[in-house]
Every structure is written in structure tokens, then in C-alpha cells.
Design a protein around this ligand. Structure first.
Ligand code: J9N
Length: 244
């Protein structure tokens, strides 16, 4: 997979040089390029914004630098158009299912908006060259798209083959099966006034699996009942039903 990120603050994406994603880039599992939008301006002040038509507070990002930048990073391909992800509070809600879906793409381009946003005509123009997906991390407002891109690139990148050491660890994490993950414990078995649940020390793998499944349902019911509503009840085993 190739990922391109366009931003007026390219240094904001420096954390993507670290840890798992950084190693995946070094190992050639993921190509990730960060581009400074100002590279694609032509005036001496490297202007990327201007006042909004119709009035109102703040500034709007000019269309031409974005068109130049996006044309420059879109890699020619006989296959599907690259996906242009535009972080926005007005986007579709990013989630684990979308992370898996986007991890299958050949190229993802992220456009980090700032100020009051990007001139809407960029989104219209881009439809010809990209599959355009405005994407929200949640119902709160950030100052720019960079933080959202850091989160999405990590969520997507870790799903790529070879990025996480043990692919098994992707199977039982929150949201991988529509439920929240079960609680985890490690040594010491007795810590201050708290003990590890005895079942986890029993060596009875059937009981341990049943306890973990029960904990997934209990946690999901307590913390995210909305997920239970979406959970495919048809996939419930007898043990699942007992856990509810
Ligand atoms: N979910 C979400 C995205 C955003 C922004 C993206 C770009 C500027 S603000 N805020 N909240």
C-alpha cells in the first residue's frame, strides 16, 4: 500500500516514523509520503488560504494548491482510483470495519484541512480522479485533519500483512468481532489488594474462553450498548447466549 498525506504542517506527521508504522515503512511493507501543501503554491507568500465568500469568521483553504498537490500525488493506475480521505467533522464515521476496508486499497491520499476547511470545489473536482471519502473520527472538532490522519493511518497500517508481529493479536481485540475486548492480566497474580480472576490461573482453557466471552458481552453491554444493538444476534452461540 502507498499512503500520501498532504498538510501545511508536515512535521505533525512525524510520529508515523516511529514504532510499528515506522518499522513497516523501513521494511517496505508500507510506502508513506508526507507533502507540504505550500510546495504547490506559486506566489511569493506561499498563500494557501483566503477569506470565505458569503462572509463569516476564519479563512478557507484555496482550491488551486490542493488540486496541484492531489494531481501530483495520485499515482497512475489501471486499477481502481486512489481513495482520497478528507478528515472532517462532517464525514462518515471512521471505525474498525472501515479500517479493514481501506487496508485493501492500493493507494490512500489524506488531505489535512485547516482553518474553516477546504474550498468545496476541490471535493467536487477530486471525484473525477479519486474515490472521495470525507471521514470523521467522532463528534468533536479538531483544529486540523493531522491528528485524525495519525489515528487512521495507525488503525489501517497495523492491519497490513506483516506489520504486527503476531496476527493472532488482531483477532481478539476490541471491535474485531463486533464486541469490546475482555480484560487482561499479568504477573503478579496478587497485587496490592487485587487478585487475578481465579479462572485465568486454572489452566482450564474451555472455562477461560467462556469467561473471556462473558466479559466481552458484559463490558459491551455496560459501556457500548449501541454495539450490542448492531451485533449480529444470529452469530450468538449457546455460550454467548448464556453470557448475556
Ligand atoms: N472528527 C473530526 C475531524 C475534524 C477535523 C478535520 C479537519 C479539521 S477539523 N474534527 N473532528
Amino acid at each position: 500500500m502507498r499512503i500520501d498525506v498532504v498538510s501545511i504542517f508536515p512535521e505533525y506527521l512525524a510520529p508515523l516514523e516511529l514504532s510499528l508504522i515506522g518499522k513497516a515503512r523501513q521494511d517496505g511493507l508500507l510506502e508513506l509520503n508526507v507533502h507540504d501543501l505550500r510546495t504547490f503554491t506559486t506566489d511569493k507568500h506561499r498563500t494557501v488560504d483566503d477569506t470565505p465568500y458569503g462572509g463569516g469568521a476564519g479563512m478557507v483553504m484555496k482550491p488551486e494548491p490542493w488540486a496541484q498537490a492531489l494531481e501530483s500525488v495520485a499515482k497512475p493506475s489501471e486499477g481502481a482510483k486512489p481513495v482520497l480521505i478528507v478528515p472532517s467533522p462532517a464525514g462518515e464515521r471512521f471505525n474498525q470495519a472501515l479500517a479493514y476496508e481501506l487496508a485493501e486499497e492500493e493507494q490512500l491520499v489524506f488531505a489535512c484541512g485547516r482553518y474553516e476547511g477546504i474550498d468545496e470545489r476541490v471535493i467536487e473536482w477530486a471525484q473525477e480522479h479519486f474515490t472521495v471519502r470525507p471521514m470523521s473520527l467522532g463528534d468533536y472538532v479538531l483544529n486540523g485533519g493531522e491528528v485524525a490522519v495519525l489515528a487512521m493511518v495507525e488503525a489501517i497500517g497495523r492491519l497490513l500483512p506483516g506489520v504486527v508481529g503476531n496476527p493472532e493479536s488482531l483477532v481478539e481485540e476490541s471491535h474485531s468481532d463486533g464486541l469490546l475486548e475482555y480484560p487482561v492480566y499479568t504477573k503478579p497474580s496478587a497485587w496490592r489488594d487485587y487478585d487475578v480472576p481465579a479462572v485465568l490461573l486454572s489452566g482450564n482453557h474451555g472455562k477461560i474462553a467462556q469467561w473471556r466471552r462473558h466479559e466481552q458481552f458484559r463490558r459491551t453491554s455496560e459501556r457500548r450498548p449501541d454495539l450490542l444493538a448492531e451485533f449480529d444476534a444470529g452469530s450468538l452461540s449457546r455460550a454467548d447466549r448464556n453470557a448475556l
